[in-house]
Design a protein around this ligand. Sequence first.
Ligand code: CP
Length: 306
Amino acid sequence: MQWTRKHLLGLEELSAEEITFILDRADSFKEICTRPNKKVPALVGRTIVNMFFENSTRTNISFQLAARRLSADILSFSKAGTSVAKGETMIDTALNIEAMGVDVMVLRHGASGAPWKLAKHVKCAVVNAGDGQHEHPTQALLDLYTIREVRGRIAGLTVGIVGDIAHSRVARSNIWGLTKLGARVLAVGPTTLIPRDIEKMGVEVCHDMDRAIRECDVLNMLRIQFERQGGHNPFPSIREYIQMFGLTKERLKSRPDLVVMHPGPVNRGVELSPEVADGPQSVILRQVGNGLAVRMAVLQLVAGVE
Ligand code: CP
């Protein structure tokens, strides 16, 4: 197929063919990342700007490194230290930066829909690096890439997404991607952390962690986003949450083949015990490594370079 999209905003709007195209393209970048010289001249002369209005470690650094590996010029800024902190709007900031000659803007923003709004105002390509509780497409793409790499396929697998699904853009993008590629998806967690109409996205709801461990090929453990609970406790105590949904070594004993994922950052001892996070079934750092190849593929495609 030919890549025709200008932006990468969300997985809801991508077809299975487009998602697979990105994953296949990432394969070739993964190989490049193993060479002594990891740099390719694909985006020489292009300028990419990382606009991070929300905190990030993995996504921000991964996009910066991906741009550098492609030989692009990359600039990064966060809200603190820019005129956004003085009250300038995101769109005014973006238009001023674009006036200096920018090819791709990578945006992380706390407001759901912010990348779509930005894409309406600028002429350059926009990549969503996570918007509010809505989508985090490159995280889902690297999760899909990792599942395909470890399991050899996605279609026909059962993947459990566990925990704070209500506040998770990672969950939403994963659900779109996994269901489009033919996986069965279980949304696992307490009633208070699973949106009421989630089944409309093509997933099954499961409140029983032990059943999820029995039925799933992969578990993607989500961080409890304590900062997004709006002052309400979604469960009586953290201890109770850990007892019901925490993934421990004991719980995993019956399934030595189960693949354990987490998008990070991890609340160690809450959604995962440290032994599981660092154990042989965890692919958490492999996900981070694969993110680089996936983001190189995405940047190359939206920059319009074949
Ligand atoms: N997974 C993820 O988005 O991590 P960061 O918030 O550190 O970018």
